[in-house]
Design a protein around this ligand. Structure first.
Ligand SMILES: [Zn+2]
Length: 266
């Protein structure tokens, strides 16, 4: 069986220009070696067929299975921000208000699959591997629930989104490009509410309400995460519309503010 990878190699070899090999002392038709990277690209090396030395290099897109998301009619709304900002309470209040206004709403929460959630919290997992695990959960959630709901015209309110992965896994030392590469084809939210709160305030809230804190809930982690969440809107303004909400306010007031913003976008 010819893999798409081999096909790409043959294709590149066929169209390759003559290149000068200093050992041959003349131009030769190069052979190609492919080095796949983890972010959906492939490094192409052109070699002299006789001396096997590298004559040129370039980066190309790798042929990967397409994960394109169909155009959806509904509105995909996410609530992101640090732990302790009150995302879940806010999201539920927002869903309540939207339903009172007659909207059909689906509420979802990432991570979605109980077994994945348990695995993530129970074990200390390598940061790169964690990116794949969160992406796996997200892809399944989107394909089975989010996309069908959007296609039927519903609003989807998601507690967390890809933006939380970008922030959290970056802090754990993973390149942002790698996170985006692994999440290729994932649908980005249309509207993002970032609940912004002072890290110490969030930390104190968490200490009061939790028996034990996870690796994402140390004060240093919360401080770094808050900083990165505030940088997200600038970087991703082409993909989503962002609203930063002051999460020290009362949840009912915040949900009303959010409802107004959503209506402006329908
Ligand atoms: Zn040569």
């Amino acid at each position: 069986m010819t893999s798409p990878f081999l096909f790409l190699k043959e294709e590149i070899e066929k169209e390759a220009q003559l290149m000068f090999c200093y050992k041959c002392g003349k131009s030769v038709k190069p052979i190609v070696r492919l080095l796949p990277t983890l972010i959906g690209t492939v490094e192409v090396e052109y070699l002299c067929p006789v001396h096997k030395i590298v004559l040129a290099k370039e980066i190309r897109e790798m042929k990967l299975p397409k994960r394109e998301v169909k155009v959806a009619k509904g509105l995909y709304i996410s609530v992101d921000g640090i732990d302790g900002a009150g995302k879940t309470t806010f999201a539920k209040e927002l869903v309540k208000l939207l339903k009172m206004d007659g909207f059909e709403v689906l509420y979802v929460k990432e991570p979605h699959i109980p077994a994945i959630k348990e695995f993530l919290y129970k074990y200390d997992i390598d940061a790169d591997a964690e990116v794949y695990i969160f992406a796996t959960d997200r892809i399944i959630l989107q394909k089975t629930a989010v996309i069908p709901a959007l296609e039927s015209g519903k609003l989807v309110v998601s507690d967390r989104s890809i933006y939380t992965s970008i922030v959290y896994q970056s802090i754990r030392g993973v390149d942002e490009e790698f996170i985006i590469g692994v999440n290729r084809g994932v649908k980005y939210p249309d509207i993002v509410f970032i609940l912004d709160i002072d890290a110490e305030l969030a930390y104190n809230r968490l200490k009061k309400t939790r028996d034990s804190l996870t690796k994402y809930e140390s004060l240093d982690f919360l401080k770094e995460a808050r900083k990165l969440f505030l940088e997200i809107p600038k970087k991703y303004s082409k993909l989503s519309k962002f609203y930063i909400l002051d999460a020290s306010k009362d949840v009912k007031t915040l949900a009303k503010e959010a409802l107004t913003k959503i209506k402006e976008n329908i």
